[in-house]
Design a protein around this ligand. Structure first.
Ligand code: AMP
Ligand code: MG
Length: 389
């Protein structure tokens, strides 16, 4: 049995970053750049007017109006003399010889001349060539997550294709004779199968498609299903059948199909009987069957593994340190992860903490972490919580 921290670091050590794939930027949302993106252009690609106004040839105050430059027009062949000005618009290319752009609000004009009512500084209201980024400079480093903001920046540079780390193929395999899919009639002795649906829903936040499989509590069938799944996926998540019951076949089946055990059991509640192993580059999480334990373990252990494989450097759920709203007592030997609700700088531990109950998860927004080695907390004590995504 290992500690929570040891388990978390073993998962990081044993999960590899997946290969990269070329994708259109619009289809790469939330994925991670697997290479630096260098800017193929200077941005802006030419010196631009930042205002609607007049490009003026010197710091003087009256100028002869010699023309007009609209956004999109090529004025590279034009040179202003010191007594000349041109009408210019935001985003338009400034002509050679421009001292500054005077915004139109400070300009008086007649047909042939303009007069500036405020003194202009050199290069005022001009966005210089390459002000934002120079051609060949790194626009976004490897490891950057594609967000609307990063995508937008890439588009402004004309980049619409990027190399990103692949997303893992995931299979969730549920075990248990007692399980019936939601929507069907429950016969005596049966319960609804919720784990695969819950985890599939949680994975939607990662925009990861999953394949769901189910198997009865039968050793040969479990072995076959695990074997087949390992040939098809990068990450296999099983639920149930990993404890010590006579019909818990997952651990033995894993061993039989060549999965190397990295750890089994974490000093925690809920979810003590959790298995993590690997076969070559594939990793396997054997989650407990109890629904609340399965979901807690998914957030605490599976998501950091997925994030690592996706190339994300910050793998953990967001952590905050908050003040307890009431006293709490637990046994010293295990870390407890408790469904909780945080608001402001406070956190309240919810009722119904049994690993078989999801009702408290339904109103939780975080998991409070009460570490092993301590058994008592007083109202107002600071504790760490993991914010649920
Ligand atoms: P197990 O670890 O297989 O003994 O399962 C522990 C508890 O979780 C039992 O009460 C199971 O009925 C329940 N359970 C296991 N798998 C699921 C599932 N996929 N959905 C809902 N409950 C489950
Ligand atoms: Mg079972």
């Amino acid at each position: 049995m290992i500690s929570v921290k040891e388990a978390q670091s073993k998962i990081q050590e044993n999960s590899r970053i997946l290969n990269s794939v070329s994708k259109s930027v619009e289809n790469a949302l939330d994925q991670v750049l697997s290479e630096d993106v260098k800017s193929p252009i200077h941005m802006p690609p030419f010196s631009q007017s930042a205002m609607d106004g007049y490009a003026i040839g010197s710091q003087g105050n009256t100028f002869k109006l010699v023309g007009e430059i609209q956004a999109g027009a090529d004025s590279s062949g034009m040179t202003l003399k010191s007594n000349e000005a041109v009408r210019i618009f935001t985003g338009a290319m400034i002509p050679n010889g421009t001292f500054a752009v005077a915004k139109q609000e400070i300009v008086e004009k007649n047909k042939t001349e303009i007069r500036i009512t405020e003194k202009q500084k050199h290069l005022q209201n001009i966005r210089p060539l390459g002000e934002q980024i120079k051609k060949g400079d790194i626009a976004l480093p490897k490891g950057t997550v594609i967000t609307p903001g990063t995508a937008g920046f890439l588009y402004t540079l004309g980049v619409n294709q990027v190399s990103v780390t692949k997303k893992p193929n995931i299979i969730i395999l549920s075990t248990g004779n007692e399980l019936v899919p939601p929507g069907q009639e429950l016969s005596p002795g049966k319960i609804y199968e919720s784990n695969t649906y819950t985890l599939k829903t949680a994975l939607k936040k990662f925009r990861i498609q999953v394949t769901i499989k189910t198997v009865e509590d039968n050793y040969e069938a479990t072995k076959k299903s695990i074997q087949e799944s390992l040939n098809e996926c990068d990450i296999l998540i099983t639920t149930g059948g990993i404890s010590v019951g006579d019909y818990d076949f997952v651990g033995k089946a894993m061993e039989e199909v060549g999965v190397e055990s990295i750890f089994y059991k974490i000093k925690q509640k809920p979810g003590k009987p959790i298995f993590f192993g690997k076969r070559n580059s594939k990793v396997v999480f054997g989650l407990p069957g109890n629904p609340a334990a399965a979901l807690s373990c998914f957030y605490l252990y599976v998501t950091p593994g997925i994030r690592k494989m996706c190339g994300i450097s910050d793998v953990s759920l967001e952590k905050r340190t908050l003040k307890l709203t009431s006293d709490y007592t637990k046994s010293k030997n295990l870390t407890h992860f408790l469904k909780a609700k945080c608001y402001g700088d406070k956190v309240a531990i919810l009722g119904a903490q049994s690993s078989a109950m999801l009702s408290s998860f339904a109103s939780a927004n975080c998991l409070a972490c009460l570490p092993e080695g301590q058994s008592e907390w007083k109202k107002g004590d600071a504790i760490e919580v993991y914010i649920l995504p």
